[in-house]
Design a protein around this ligand. Structure first.
Ligand SMILES: [Zn+2]
Length: 71
């Protein structure tokens, strides 16, 4: 048995969202980044910026930013 691997599995099974303070790439205010269910949520309350990406690949799932128009 390898105790280290066991511990890693335990942490993954709990799936606690990790929160980080980040700078909004749209307006420069402080926003938050949440890692949850293999997705990364980047939010800014100052300008309504929202971006959801896959944590593993960085692929954008959903993105919204005031002033940036979708193609
Ligand atoms: Zn912002």
């Amino acid at each position: 048995m390898m105790p280290v691997l066991e511990k890693t599995f335990e942490i993954k099974a709990l799936q606690i969202p990790k929160k980080h303070k980040i700078r909004c790439s749209n307006c420069g205010a402080y926003g938050k980044r949440i890692y949850h269910n293999q997705l990364t949520y980047t939010e800014c309350n100052a300008c309504d910026y929202l971006m959801i990406t896959r944590t593993a690949t960085g692929e954008v799932v959903e993105a919204y930013a005031p002033g940036i128009y979708p193609r």
